[in-house]
Design a protein around this ligand. Structure first.
Ligand code: G3I
Length: 386
């Protein structure tokens, strides 16, 4: 990076920090972590690694770090703990980005969630794992690779990470069946891989909450995905697989044109509650792991768009927070400036997505107020994991 680039980044960060400091006064009273703590829960967010001072959703960007400090008790790495990031080859680990994140979080008093010990989807495997030669005894070699991964990560960070998305997105949303991968072919089926991952995690990190994390959501079109997740959770119980909680990712969204998000939410509520009732009836706790709002169906104008996002979120969070089994609540980033939605879920009109509580200037939005009200108004959490 040239000196000019670096000066530009630092100047941009200083301006953003000033903006955040000033604008905190305009934000609704209270912080997300205080509202959440009032009901015995923790609030948190995804965060990233970047070079010092870069304009990124990173601990090393002072403006973003100020938001994390203001609102969060618990942080989760958006990408830097994934196999693609930390395991460049079967016999090699690289913690050069994740270590400084853990160091910063723990020295600043944050708890950490681990995302993810195993993303059960070949699309997100490192290329070497999709192409690995498992040799003469494939089940043993596959289990060795998986165990080595889970043991290495959990033991490196010990009690600094107290909750893990042990398995992420194993259910194919189109069919409700479990996805096949190179590991599942080697180990005689996906169920074997998932059970193995949870058992290894429990043995290596007995202090930690173990979560199955997925994006079966409440919108239309998710019925097969929800059914597949329910079947998987029932199978875990039948087999005695040590799973403590369902991670409900909560990338909620309005996809069809609408001007009344509240009406849409009312229509979706009964089926969503039926799903959550069945999950909790099996003895699982709930975690909101990746909350944000996709706003494609809302008008471009900021006023009505922000109102729609806030109303939809409020209705959703009110439902989730009516469950005493709900523990941590995490956003998948705090600012529209750095949200994955901008790249992965762009609006057809090209406008910047507005699915996070703070906008691209890190200024509070109506969504923040809706989240504060919902979090403070929920029922108390009970039955925390050990
Ligand atoms: O870091 C590289 C950079 O070096 C390179 O120059 C650049 C060029 O494309 O790519 C950068 O990596 C990207 C990374 O995000 C960081 O921005 C990857 O290509 C991109 O695939 C990656 O996307 C992430 C995605 O998961 C896949 O891992 C998103 O940021 C992240 O928000 C998203 O998060 C997922 C959760 O893990 C699981 N649930 C759904 C959620 C949203 O899709």
């Amino acid at each position: 990076m040239t000196m000019i680039d670096r000066r530009g980044i630092l100047a941009g960060s200083a301006a953003l920090l000033a903006a955040t400091t000033v604008r905190a006064a305009d934000a609704p009273a209270g912080t997300l972590k205080a509202a959440t703590a009032s009901k015995g829960r923790r609030f948190g967010s995804a965060f990233a690694w970047s070079p010092a001072g870069a304009d990124a959703g990173s601990f090393a960007n002072p403006a973003y770090a100020a938001l994390l400090r203001r609102d969060c008790d618990v942080l989760v790495p958006e990408n830097q703990m994934k196999w693609q990031a930390i395991r460049p080859a079967a016999d090699r680990f690289d913690f050069s980005r994740f270590d400084p994140m853990v160091e910063w979080a723990t020295t600043n008093g944050f708890a950490l969630r681990g995302h993810t010990l195993f993303w059960a989807y070949s699309r997100w495997f490192p290329a070497w794992l999709n192409n690995h030669d498992f040799g003469q005894r494939p089940a043993i070699e596959a289990a060795r690779i998986l165990d080595q991964h889970i043991d290495t990560v959990t033991k490196r960070y010990g009690r600094k990470i107290d909750s893990y998305d042990v398995v992420n997105e194993a259910v194919d949303p189109d069919t409700g069946n479990l996805r096949e991968t190179s590991l599942s072919r080697a180990m005689g089926g996906t169920a074997n891989v998932l059970d193995h991952a949870f058992r290894t995690a429990r043995a290596a990190a007995p202090h930690a909450e173990l979560v199955y994390n997925d994006y079966m959501s409440w919108e239309d079109g998710n019925a097969k995905h929800r059914a597949g997740v329910l079947a998987l959770l029932a199978d875990f119980r039948r087999r005695g697989t040590p799973v403590d909680a369902l991670g409900v990712q909560s990338h909620i969204g309005l996809f069809q044109p609408t001007t009344d998000a509240g009406v849409v939410a009312k229509r979706l509520e009964p089926e969503w509650r039926a799903f959550l009732d069945r999950v909790t009836a099996m003895g699982y706790r709930l975690v909101i792991t990746e909350f944000d709002v996709r706003d494609k169906g809302l008008p471009a104008a900021i006023g009505p768009r922000d109102r729609g996002v806030a109303d939809f979120a409020r209705a959703y969070l009110d439902i989730m927070l009516s469950y005493p089994q709900l523990g941590d609540v995490l956003a998948w980033g705090l600012s529209d400036r750095y949200s994955w939605l901008r790249g992965f879920e762009p609006r057809p009109d090209g406008e910047v997505t507005r699915g996070c509580p703070y906008d691209t200037d890190l200024k509070a939005k109506p969504l923040l107020a809706a989240m504060l009200a919902a979090l403070a108004g929920g029922v108390r959490q009970v039955g925390q994991a050990a």
